[in-house]
Design a protein around this ligand. Sequence first.
Ligand code: PLP
Length: 465
Amino acid sequence: MRYISTRGKAPALNFEEVMLTGLAEDGGLYVPENLPVYSKEQIAAWAGLSYPELAYEIVQPFVDDAIPASDLKEIIHDSYKDFRHSAVAPLVQLDRNEWVMELFRGPTLAFKDFALQLLGRLLDYVLERRHEKVVIMGATSGDTGSAAIEGCRRCKNIDIYILHPHQRVSDVQRKQMTTVLADNIHNLAVQGNFDDCQQMVKDSFGDKSFLPSDRKLVAVNSINWARIMAQIVYYFYAALALGGPHRPVAFSVPTGNFGDIFAGYLARKMGLPVEQFIIATNTNDILHRFMSQNRYSMHELEHTLSPSMDIMMSSNFERLLFDLCDRDGAVIADFMERIKTEDVSISDQAFAKARALFDSYSVDDTVTVQTIAQIYKETEYVLDPHSAVGVKAARECRRNMQTPMITLSTAHPAKFPEAVLKAGDIQTPALPHHMADLFEREERYQVLPKELSSIQSYMVNSLSA
Ligand SMILES: *Cc1c(COP(=O)(O)O)cnc(C)c1O
């Protein structure tokens, strides 16, 4: 399988190369040149597979000859064995034809574990074979950092550096990162805000000369193709559990960077009958505004009760635009250049293609809290604020009541107790057993000034041998 850039000017890569690359050289994102497409009969034959068995079927054609079948199977089984539910991604019913899929049963209680448990292991496997070591660098305001650290804690060939804004992430989120005490895990608390952290990561990717020449710098944010790939699996899994592929389904996806929902879009292109996708956003609603008016325009960032969706621009949306614009890299390069200074639209024809499949809805904090309360009243089920945004959008935008509507539940409610408390007389769910002693565990992190040279010299001096 070959991967091409959305801006049309970078060389095509194979799976191993694409996993070790962040952005393409031309600033674009990598996507598969061709997708495998399955008939209904082929998809139906996967009914009843366990989650890792299905994951192998979906993932194998993308990995292609990079990893032998038996090794890939083992890596996938290992990636999902620490999830705390035998179904890995269980479905919960809210009402007739209305479901949530719980994607928070992994080690850090958010859906990012699905991709990052697998990515860490895939990377370590290919690095071992290449006799190479790499450095992962990322900035986090919460979920990505902890999931990436958990995914890499046993990786021998990876040093991971996660920058978080000092004293500006929640206690649960910080402790999930800083209590992982392996030597290859480096938590840097930067005396600045999240944007400062992100800027220093960007600058480091822009000029990697601070690192020894034998250490590549690898990105694990959702521009990494392998993350999208891993997320395709649970769309098939949900549909198969609810009568697919002989019966179409619909999904509502709490969305920030458009990574998760883009994986669903790919599942549909691969042959899964999906009637509708709902882009559910909080008040950082650039995608909802685009879907309503065909105008892509940036607004100021707002801090909401669903912080993992607080974004100004959705990086992975570029991957969808590429398809909508008939995979014309020049059009995308022009679009991405122009949004730096103005509002941008796509052709009517391209916009109509998007509207045929996607609806969107924006949910503010007040309605998020009301939705948590409402669902609790109806079912005694407690949603986290991100999932509540998804359920509300699903109820507002459903096109067909006969089609099963599945909202992806992206985080465990105990991870975001503030929103649940605001919803009134609801018992805030406790942290799961494996994290019950989180607040007693030893922490390790380094406080550093917001200064690129300090960060980089700390990194170089702490690399494992
Ligand atoms: C990252 C995250 C999201 C948004 O996912 P995208 O792939 O960026 O759209 C939603 N909910 C939670 C809890 C997250 O951690």
